[in-house]
Design a protein around this ligand. Structure first.
Ligand SMILES: Nc1ncnc2c1ncn2[C@@H]1O[C@H](COP(=O)(O)OP(=O)(O)OP(=O)(O)O)[C@@H](O)[C@H]1O
Length: 303
């Protein structure tokens, strides 16, 4: 009997088990006179329960990435998926549902996160009211969140009666009200002094640890990125390197190791210092060794 060969096993999709998948993500801003490639084929995976810091020079594309993940901006090309939602292809209704239930967003300016005439408990209640949650559940959740974030004393205060740090902690509670799968924060400590920034950052770590929230936070603050398990650096609209930290535990000290990120086409960005030290320019020689790859200058070794 004629038998067809068995189909080859299907390769698992890139990031199939990740909560956030950015695959060759491109975002181009176009006006009549200029074209800006804010994201240039960015790959990023974030798993459920992780807390990731995004760092990078001004203009490297961090806010653009966050806006895409928040569902307020759409990619020009490539794939962005969060909790099974394809962000390049959402109807208006799906977009509204996505922003209401799947992501929470904390902005840098505390004033843009809150409403001047609403108290902390009223502003945390608002997204749940819009989502149609019963009053009793809303009340209990508001109380629980304000307590967890250390701002229970602000329950009946309006933004002007709170410090900048308290405002941002209330803003985190607002973003978490509808139990989103992903919490995004764009420089949430950017306007705060270092002591207050540390408090707000500690609040983000608390929600990651206590509620299991997945958190992606953009920051310029090295003290902040030094406290998360994974820091991803973005350069020119692409992920260029990652630092992975492990906490100290019995017997082993804390470690921090820096990795270059290789994209799916095998491209790796060599740090400028390495290129300059060995005068690596346009062409390099590659060689495969037993357990590593060598990269050498293409200058002929004369004599
Ligand atoms: N709406 C827009 N129209 C045109 N260009 C834009 C727009 N938004 C961002 N850009 C450009 O895209 C690039 C990336 O900007 P983005 O704001 O994502 O960078 P960033 O890393 O968040 O910078 P910063 O740390 O200064 O906030 C920049 O060159 C910026 O000028």
């Amino acid at each position: 009997m004629l038998r067809l060969p068995a189909a080859p096993p299907r390769e698992q999709e890139f990031g199939h088990d990740a909560l956030v998948v950015c695959d060759n993500l491109v975002r181009i801003y176009q006006s009549e006179t200029i074209e800006v490639q804010a994201l240039q084929g960015l790959d990023l995976l974030v798993h459920e329960g992780e807390m990731v810091a995004l760092v990078g020079a001004s203009g490297s594309g961090k806010s653009t990435l966050l806006n895409v993940l928040a569902g307020v901006d759409a990619p020009t090309a490539g794939r962005a998926r969060v909790a099974g939602h394809d962000l390049a292809d959402m109807s208006r209704t799906e977009q509204v549902r996505y922003r209401r239930h799947v992501v929470g967003f904390v902005r840098q300016q505390a004033s843009r996160n809150l409403v001047p005439y609403l108290t902390a408990s009223q502003v945390v209640d608002l997204p749940m009211t819009i989502a149609g949650l019963p009053r009793a559940r809303r009340g209990a959740r508001t109380e629980e969140l304000l307590e967890l974030l250390g701002v229970a004393h602000c329950t009946d205060r309006r933004p002007l009666q709170m410090s900048g740090g308290e405002q941002q902690r209330v803003a985190i509670a607002v973003a978490l009200a509808n139990e989103p799968r992903l919490l995004l924060a764009d420089e949430p400590t950017g306007e705060l002094d270092s002591a207050t920034a540390a408090e707000v950052f500690a609040a983000l770590r608390t929600v990651n640890r206590e509620l299991g929230a997945t958190v992606v936070v953009v920051t310029h603050d090295a003290a902040v990125s030094g406290q998360v398990a994974r820091t991803v650096a973005i350069r020119d609209g692409r992920t260029s390197s990652e630092v992975v930290r492990s906490d100290a535990d019995a017997g082993s000290p804390a470690t921090a190791e820096e990795y270059a990120v290789m994209d799916r086409a095998g491209r790796v960005q060599l740090p400028r210092e390495f290129r300059e030290a060995l005068e690596l320019t346009r062409r390099v020689r590659l060689a495969l060794a037993d357990d590593h790859v060598e990269i050498r200058s293409d200058r002929r070794e004369d004599g």
